[in-house]
Design a protein around this ligand. Structure first.
Ligand SMILES: [Zn+2]
Length: 394
């Protein structure tokens, strides 16, 4: 059994990782809305989940990592209009650019990318089923999910009824409750192009995800990941949809969320205009440097960009020390010593990196070469598991 413990957003504490059907692990992470080039805020999230998938693989799990590509969204429609392109065509270009950024950052673990525009039939099927089961209603051309029918609404984001009342969703006089959200949106939106029993329109954001996951992963799976800002309403809504559709609870075993990347105190986002794209960052820093930088901050802490130069120096130093041993053998088996123990404790990569650095330092000063190599091996192997190769120049 694994000793890995991960903080679970739903329970609010660290939980021992238990796969539903080992050795298989089904992991779904929300992919980006492909409206413009990928920025470092995204990179943080995807580097973390790539490192987690690599570690699960190292522990002997067979990870199926699914990511959706949000290619239906009004932000895409307006960006496409600006570029003089068809929205879906535009989204396809941006998806290729995203996959290229993933390759450049050595994000290699995603098993399958699924554009949501190819799952609209399933979104319609789920919406119809929610209507039949009484969890949804039609109003003003929309189909809404009725949050009053779902007793666990607010549970994932740990909000009381009072908190929720302060955070109404999708304001409309036709809605029954303030937090009800759209499952089907009418043609008023430019990208509305799909025929449905409720007229031309498009699926709401949240059902786009369950439309991708339920057919491929079933009504229940192991890990659902994403950026922390997606907890409410996006993931809260997904949980409500999935559990209402299947009656199976919990929808996912482990809810894992990464914290924000901020620049000068503000969240990095395209709308704030403070986003550094991955392609820009890769002009000054290597993939390994960017990976080391993000992994040197715990995934649940807020990050800034001030440490990137320091990460570059840190990696150079670690490589100089590691190279004193020529190529050390990787440690056989799942034991990475103290490095692994740090990862097992809610994926504490900063602690693992500190240990690797100190171990390489101590080993490089050791008089006995063989002993020094054995000492350094778990540090080098651990770094490799995280996708940072100390013997490669990049
Ligand atoms: Zn999503």
């Amino acid at each position: 059994m694994s000793r890995l413990r991960l903080y679970d957003t739903l329970s609010g504490r660290k939980e021992t990782f238990r796969a539903l059907a080992p050795p298989r692990v089904n992991m779904f992470v929300c992919g980006p809305t492909v409206q413009s080039a990928m920025h470092l805020g995204h990179a943080r999230t995807y580097i973390f989940f790539d490192a987690l998938a690599r570690y699960l693989g190292h522990l002997g799990y067979d990870v199926f990592y699914l990511m959706n590509i949000t290619d239906i969204d009004e932000k895409i429609t307006s960006a496409a209009a600006g570029a003089g392109e068809d929205p879906l065509e535009y989204a396809r270009h941006m998806t290729s650019s995203l996959k290229e950024d993933f390759r450049m950052l050595n994000i290699e673990t995603v098993s399958k990318f699924e554009p949501v525009s190819e799952h609209v039939d399933e979104a319609i099927r789920q919406t119809r089923l929610l209507l039949e089961k009484g969890f949804a209603y039609q109003a003003g051309g929309w189909v809404y999910f009725d949050t009053a029918k779902f007793s666990r609404w607010g549970r994932l984001s740990h909000q009381t009824k009072k908190d929720l009342a302060l955070r109404p969703l999708e304001l409309s006089p036709a809605k029954r409750n303030l937090n009800d959200f759209g499952l089907w949106r009418p043609e008023m939106l430019v990208e509305g192009r799909w025929a449905s029993p409720w007229g031309l329109g498009s699926p709401g954001w949240h059902i786009q995800d369950t439309a991708v996951t339920i057919p491929l992963l079933g009504p229940q799976y192991d890990i659902h990941g994403g950026a922390y800002e997606l907890v409410y309403p996006h993931h809260e809504a997904e949980m409500a949809e999935a559990e209402s559709l299947s009656g199976v609870r919990p929808f996912v075993r482990h809810w894992v969320h990464t914290n924000l990347l901020k620049t000068e105190g503000a969240k990095m986002s395209k709308s704030m205009g403070n986003a550094v794209t991955v392609k820009e960052a890769l002009k000054s820093f290597s993939a390994d440097e960017i990976r080391l930088f993000f992994l040197s901050i715990h995934y649940r802490k807020e990050a800034g960009l001030t440490g990137l130069d320091a990460a570059q120096k840190r990696l150079r130093k670690m490589r100089v020390m590691a190279r004193k041993f020529a190529r050390v053998e990787e440690m056989p088996g799942p034991s990475l010593g103290e490095f692994g123990r740090a990862l097992d404790d809610d994926f504490d990569t900063p602690r693992a990196l500190r240990w690797a650095e100190a171990t390489l330092m101590a080993a490089s000063k050791h008089a006995d070469r063989d002993k020094a190599r054995r000492m350094a091996a778990p540090a080098v192997a651990g770094m490799k598991v995280l996708g940072v190769d100390l013997f490669e120049d990049s």
